[in-house]
Design a binder for this molecule. Sequence first.
Ligand code: AMP
Length: 402
Amino acid sequence: MNVLVVNAGSSSLKYQFFDTTTGSVVAKGNCERIGLDGKITHKQLQSGKTYTAEIPMPNHAVATRIVVDALTNPEYGCVKSMDEIEAVGHRVVHGGPYFFESVLVTPEVIEKLELCRDLAPLHTGPHLMGIAGCTEVMPNVPQVLVFDTAFHQTMPAEAYYYPIPYEMYEKYKIRRYGAHGTSHRYVAGEMIKLLGKPAEETKIITCHLGNGSSISAVKGGKVIDTSMGLTPLDGVIMGTRCGAIDPAIVTFIMEKEGFTPAQMSDFMNKKCGFLGVSGISSDCRDIENAIAEGNERAALALNILNYQIKKFIGSYTAAMGGLDAIVFTAGIGENTSLVRAGALEGLDFLGIEIDRELNNSVRGKLTKLSTDNSKVQVWLIPTNEELVIASDTEAIVKALGK
Ligand code: AMP
């Protein structure tokens, strides 16, 4: 099946065009500066032909039309006409308490997604615009939503409730939802296959470490806990996000600096993390380079991350009552050996032993990092969220009998 996977942001629309029979991406690209001016960057992967243009994109519908034009272009496209686009799968950041699996877009689904606006204000609006854009341009093509929160919906209540008055949960749906669920689901699924035992018997910790990072405990193939919370601000230190901090720091800084709630939110999301601690950059590559030059604050930023990952591994091992495997994925997890080695340092008491040389040399490809003596397997598994979105979309659309 030909599936267009769409990731709509406030001023961007990233896309990948999948042939699900081979599981391969045929073309991909990005529309940027939607609502400002507009630029498309497109690539047909088989021929390697590219197309870049600056075209006015006042809204997501116009951007979608431009994407469809690129996909059907005789020179750099990949299909003859729009009729060959059989389905669209959307990445959706937050499904609130309403969505625990991928769904077909219907008017009722859109109504429920509207209720998620408060939970992910920066993302839900753009997603709705992306869906509306596709509906306008391809009215007869079925669309499926795949939620970043869905995989985490199996958490037990004690893992997802916050110790605040229960009315806050009832009134505002404040609870732990987690994020990066599609990535955690993909790598956990791959890890279960690698372990070669029934999913029900597996205990896995998945570390999605990128610009945003989250760690999940996946027991029996189901998430029982995850580090991100109501929003993607919770958990470990990130590029510019602080992760979990003493909640009293929030009011303390607001009072001292005279910040409004919006300014404080901006501060915690954009000024903290690697950037705030190191004073250098949010990018782990810059942090690594600075460490190599002897910068102590850069080393502190990375040490905080490593220490926090280690603590999550310890607590999730306790929560699951054991551990079979740890997976590292996403930009940092796949590329930064210093983090993988640092996080696992001293965990030999859990039966974790990695091949240090291999760990130092490997990047971005499926690799078993643990030694054959290690009781716990440690793997680098490159994530593939788009493939999950394409597969879910295909399954749901096929079930419609289309
Ligand atoms: P992500 O959000 O998954 O794209 O991850 C971005 C983070 O991965 C940034 O902090 C990058 O510095 C880090 N990273 C480290 N090495 C690489 C690499 N070779 N390619 C891409 N990202 C990298």
